[in-house]
Each structure stands twice: as structure tokens, then as C-alpha cells.
Design a protein around this ligand. Structure first.
Ligand code: 5AD
Ligand code: FES
Length: 347
């Protein structure tokens, strides 16, 4: 049974929801994860060789109007020390990153009303102007079609917006009523329509998540076909209502990375900071499971601890250069190399 499902996945790069449920329920079976990882790695090498793409992550504001139950920077956390980088500080991060060999900058932040379309477009335009050989990725949450259109016009190339869960009921258990799964999906469709390279994704092991939820996530990804998929384990944050929930499993995250690589062989797949937080060699193991991207932190050291989505986040004390060197060694230790490249999707 399992064997047939795996063979079908290798052959057709897609399964039904029922088959995904079956696969996920058996993920701890002897040799199954290894078998999938080997195929994932083979596909990844065929398309991307031994290159690991780096994205310089600039966490430019932790001010957020939303109240997602799992997130440490949710608006109703009074203990979060809020900050917002100035345009100059953001540009300094890019300058620093450029010298370190980064050719993609990811501007990530909470849904901070200060960054109107005008202000954010101006920042994007200035970055594209000063670093014309770099890609700009935005990760600033849900906005209107018109806003996404203006930001695209300003030069943004890519957009990361995790769908968080493809199960509408599960979505409601992770978010307050003001946030809707329908709007999340609308945003993703708009972004794709506007020609962004889009990143979707979800947390592994978030509260109330079942094998059925994960199977829906996989079916959603196989239909939507994003260029990027960000997945990482859920990690509790002490100031949220999920403080006492268990963290997600690193093993299941790795298993799902392999499934996603096989399902979407060309996808850009980061080994996330959350995976590196949960397991000391999580990112290295992510590479061996089929990932091909890392997103080192480029934010100013003075603000790093403040962008605390979950507890014990790594890389909060390091200078950008240290993260670069650290990742270079880590990737080398598993037979890969960091490249100075925009790291485009290879269709
Ligand atoms: N654990 C792991 N990931 C989290 N995120 C937010 N809170 C947590 C948490 N407690 C993820 C969400 C979001 C991304 C920026 O970080 O999936 O989309
Ligand atoms: Fe940041 Fe290792 S990647 S210290």
C-alpha cells in the first residue's frame, strides 16, 4: 500500500488528499523518510546542482495590527518591545548584505500601517535603483489588490505570504475572527495574477493540526503551484495563548520538505530558521531532505531579539557577516555551497 503511494508520487508528482493522509500517517515507518529524502535530493541536484541560494532577511518592523494566536509579535502582546526601521536603516542593511554577496533582499514585517503604499513603494524603488542586480521580496502580509499592484510597479519581484493552513476550520482556530482564510487565499491569487513569484507555506505541528490538515496543505500547494514554499515547525511563544502547546516535530518537517520537493521539483524551498531553532543541525538536515534556500538574518543586531515570533529564535546576537560565514560552513558540511546569485526559480 505505502509502496504504491510512494511510487505514484515519484512517477506523477501528485497524490490525492486521501493518499497524502496515508503517507503522513506512516511518516515514522522505517526507511520511508530516507527513501523520500533520497529522491528529493536527486531531483534537487538535477535542477539546482549543489547551489544553495541565500536571501538576506530584513525584519524591518515588528508592529502589527493582527492578533494571530501563535505569534509573539501579535498586537495584544504588551511585552513585545516595538520597533520600526527607517528607510536609511533598511538601505544600510541592503548595503551590508550586498557586500556579503546577497542578491535578494526580503523585507519582512508585521502588518504595520505606517508602511503605506507610498512609503513602501518608495523604499522598494530606492533599493531597486541602488542595487539593480538584486531581487526584492516582500513579506508584509495581507493587502489590497491595488496595493500589491503598486508595489509590483515599484519593482518588487517576489512576495511571501504563507497560507498558514489550507483547512478553513483550522485557520479559524489559529486566528481571531477579523482574519479570514478566504481573504488569505484572495491575496495569494492576486499576487500570482499580478506576476509576482509567490511563496506560500505553513507551520508544521501548529495547535489542532491533523494529518488531514497537512494533506490539504499539500493538495493546495500542488494545485496553486507557488514558486516558493516556506515551512517550519511551530514553536510556542511564552506570551501567547499557545505558550504551553508542544512544538512541532523536526522529523515531520523534514519529511514534508522531501514530499514538497518531489511534488514540485523546481520549487524554491528554504530550510527555515524555525527548523534551525528546533534542532541544532536542522538547516543542514533540511538541505539533505531537499531544501535549496537559506534566509540568513540581515536585520540590525540591536533589533534582532525584538522580532521574536517564537521562543529561543537563533541568530539574534550575531552580526550579518557571522551568519553568512556560519551558514557557509554549515552548508559545506553537507556537501553544498552558498552562491552569490539572485536565485531565480528555474522553470
Ligand atoms: N512558530 C513558528 N512559526 C511561526 N510563525 C509565526 N509564529 C510562529 C511560531 N510561533 C510563522 C508564520 C508566519 C511566519 C512569518 O512565521 O507561519 O507566516
Ligand atoms: Fe546565524 Fe549561524 S546562521 S549564526
Amino acid at each position: 500500500m505505502m509502496n504504491n503511494i510512494v511510487k505514484k508520487l515519484f512517477r506523477e508528482h501528485r497524490l490525492t488528499e486521501t493518499e497524502y493522509i496515508e503517507l503522513i500517517k506512516h511518516y515514522e515507518e522505517t526507511d520511508l523518510a530516507k527513501y523520500l529524502a533520497d529522491e528529493a535530493l536527486r531531483l534537487r541536484r538535477e535542477i539546482y546542482g549543489d547551489a544553495v541560494y541565500v536571501r538576506g532577511l530584513i525584519e524591518f518592523t515588528n508592529i502589527c495590527k493582527n492578533d494571530c494566536f501563535y505569534c509573539g509579535i501579535r498586537k495584544s502582546n504588551p511585552n513585545a518591545e516595538r520597533y520600526r526601521l527607517t528607510k536609511e536603516e533598511i538601505l544600510d542593511c541592503c548595503e551590508n548584505g550586498y557586500h556579503l554577496g546577497y542578491r535578494t533582499f526580503v523585507l519582512q514585517g508585521g502588518e504595520d500601517g505606517y508602511y503605506t503604499d507610498t512609503r513602501l513603494s518608495d523604499i522598494v524603488r530606492t533599493i531597486k535603483d541602488r542595487f539593480p542586480d538584486c531581487a526584492v521580496t516582500l513579506s508584509v502580509g495581507e493587502r489590497s489588490f491595488e496595493s500589491y499592484r503598486l508595489l509590483k510597479e515599484a519593482g518588487a519581484d517576489r512576495y511571501l505570504l504563507r497560507h498558514e493552513t489550507a483547512d478553513a476550520e483550522h485557520y479559524r482556530r489559529l486566528h481571531p475572527p477579523e482574519l479570514s482564510w478566504e481573504n488569505r487565499m484572495r491575496c495569494l491569487r492576486d499576487l500570482k495574477y499580478l506576476g509576482y513569484q509567490v511563496g506560500a507555506g505553513f507551520m508544521v505541528g501548529s495547535p489542532y493540526q491533523t494529518a488531514e490538515c497537512l494533506a490539504k496543505d499539500l493538495v493546495f500547494l500542488q494545485e496553486f503551484r507557488p514558486e516558493m514554499v516556506g515551512i517550519g515547525p511551530f514553536i510556542p511563544h511564552h506570551d501567547t495563548q499557545f505558550a504551553d502547546e508542544p512544538a512541532g516535530s523536526a522529523e515531520l518537517t523534514l519529511f514534508l520538505l522531501s514530499v514538497i520537493r518531489i511534488m514540485l521539483p523546481h520549487v524554491l524551498l528554504p530550510a527555515t530558521t524555525a527548523l534551525g531553532t528546533l534542532s541544532p543541525v536542522g538547516r543542514e538536515r533540511g538541505m539533505l531532505a531537499g531544501a535549496n534556500v537559506v534566509m540568513p538574518n540581515l536585520s540590525p543586531v540591536k533589533n534582532r531579539k525584538q522580532y521574536e515570533l517564537y521562543d529561543n529564535k537563533i541568530c539574534t546576537g550575531e552580526e550579518a557577516a557571522e551568519c553568512r560565514g556560519c551558514l557557509e560552513n554549515r552548508m559545506k558540511s553537507v556537501g553544498f555551497r552558498l552562491v552569490t546569485d539572485r536565485g531565480n526559480y528555474k522553470p
